[in-house]
Write a protein that binds this ligand. Sequence first.
Ligand code: ATP
Length: 267
Amino acid sequence: MWYRPQGFKLGGDGRAQLRVRQLSAGYGSFEVIRNLSLDVRAGLTVVLGPNGAGKTTLLKALTAQIPFRGEVLLDGDDMPEKTHEIVQAGVALVPEGRQLFPQMTVRENLELGAWLSPAAARSSRLETVLADFPKLRERSTQLAGTMSGGEQQMVAIARAMMSAPRLLMLDEPSLGLAPRMVDELLAIVRRIADAGVTVLMVEQNVRKALAIADRGYVMESGALVAHGDARLLVRSSVIREAYLGDADGPGAKAAVRGSGQAAGRTQ
Ligand code: ATP
């Protein structure tokens, strides 16, 4: 097991909130996201959608890696524009593809996650992270590039936790992993949210992501088409028809009819 079964020691204050209004972003004249509004509250929010829907572009805009129009507020204040200020504001991103330093050890990769913190804070965070991820302690001297994809994803998440974030964003963490590793990884993400860190996760693994999430948004072609409580969303026709291939299953129509605002189509 990759995580401490008793729950995580690392945690946030549970209050970080992200408010996004009328967000538009893209690459040059190619606008990928148009007038997108969403709210990320305490707990675990997932953004689902097919390839090319604009999920990564959304996370890039939220973390100011690309220019955008619209409003991105972290606890009521504008999201800072510089990476180090975003980290200092308590936001961490686990990027698509992990982006570890392959020639550095696990421990060195983790330490880089707290590069803005004083040495004393860095070493105490490292101890906490290694307590939360005991297998990483066993692997601390292994070169990151020699680890399996799933193991590297664990390092990437642990590295993000080294900055003690209040808001953690993850870009398709389950991509390319074996089913058992996906389950462990999503269990870790749930635990991070339970420990008081607000989590925003982009995923293509719709069924598994909604099973652990509190709330979900569905994104298609740069716009949100549905949103709501994860338990209702998984039973909605939008999700069942487009992603789960079982629109006629029991409860589908009742869930849509009865969901009202909770799992409605986004206007
Ligand atoms: P996936 O699940 O495949 O990662 P996604 O939902 O994350 O997809 P994005 O990566 O945000 O989608 O891509 C949305 C659109 O933006 C796609 O049409 C893609 O080709 C385009 N795009 C992404 N990055 C760039 C870039 N650097 N320059 C130009 N276009 C880009």
